[in-house]
Design a protein around this ligand. Structure first.
Ligand SMILES: [Zn+2]
Ligand SMILES: [Zn+2]
Length: 233
């Protein structure tokens, strides 16, 4: 699949038609007149095409009604704006979780408000945290997620406990595999830990694909290959 020159959503070839039609942008869901689509019918508007990674993540998660955070992460990761590794994954983790969580409750207002707050907090989750601070920021992103849905603050009691517990579970799962870093692996591990945590502590079920296979290993020269739970050839 070639996401670099073809469809930003699925990597398939683009088809140009002589007559333009009304199409919906896959990311922002707005309607446009266009004569280009991919063979699978995806259209991405010029404005979404030109967005920086974090802005694209935000717009997609606000507009999407998906309830599977892994599916949302994969759609975003296929976009060429997201690099193989990079701090955009630290923002992606809390935002796909918030979007799925509030989409399950059909509360778009709350979802948008919390995503804006996550964006502010993610500005402090810098690149290289995993190796330099001993805390992978994709894992910390799950703590941001729990903090936001429980309205935790440094003075909270139970909410404080849950937020820190969440981060610790993600970091343990990330640490157990060992380095070097992979932003895709650590994002998947963090989201899976958050989904398990929601089920155990909140009684909320998020249905995710349990047989997740990484599509990005050929882009990662440090890939752990068969030592990574998501690796396949
Ligand atoms: Zn497509
Ligand atoms: Zn758009």
């Amino acid at each position: 699949m070639d996401y670099k020159t073809n469809c930003l959503v699925c990597g398939s070839q683009l088809v140009y038609e002589e007559i333009s039609n009304t199409v919906e942008c896959y990311f922002c869901k707005k309607a446009y007149e266009s004569n280009v689509k991919c063979v699978n019918g995806h259209y991405v508007c010029d404005s979404c095409h030109n967005l920086p990674a974090n802005e694209l993540i935000k717009q997609f998660c606000i507009a999407s009604n998906l309830k599977d955070p892994i599916e949302m992460a994969l759609i975003l990761m296929r976009n060429r704006k997201l690099k193989m590794h990079g701090p955009e994954h630290h923002f992606l983790v809390p935002v796909v979780l918030l979007a799925s969580y509030y989409n399950l409750q059909s509360d778009v207002g709350k979802k948008t408000e919390k995503i804006w707050e996550a964006e502010k907090r993610a500005k402090n989750l810098l690149g290289g945290f995993c190796g330099f601070y001993g805390a992978c920021a994709a894992g910390v992103g799950t703590g941001v997620f729990i903090s936001l849905i429980t309205d935790a603050t440094p003075l909270s009691k139970h909410e404080w406990k849950l937020s820190n517990m969440m981060t610790s579970k993600s970091l343990l799962s990330i640490a157990n595999i060992g380095g070097p870093r992979c932003c895709k692996r650590n994002t998947f591990l963090s989201i899976i830990e958050a989904v398990n945590f929601l089920s155990e502590n909140f009684g909320i079920t998020m249905n995710i694909n349990k047989n997740l296979k990484c599509e990005f290993n050929s882009l990662n020269k440090e890939c752990l290959r068969d030592k990574c739970p998501f690796y396949y050839q």
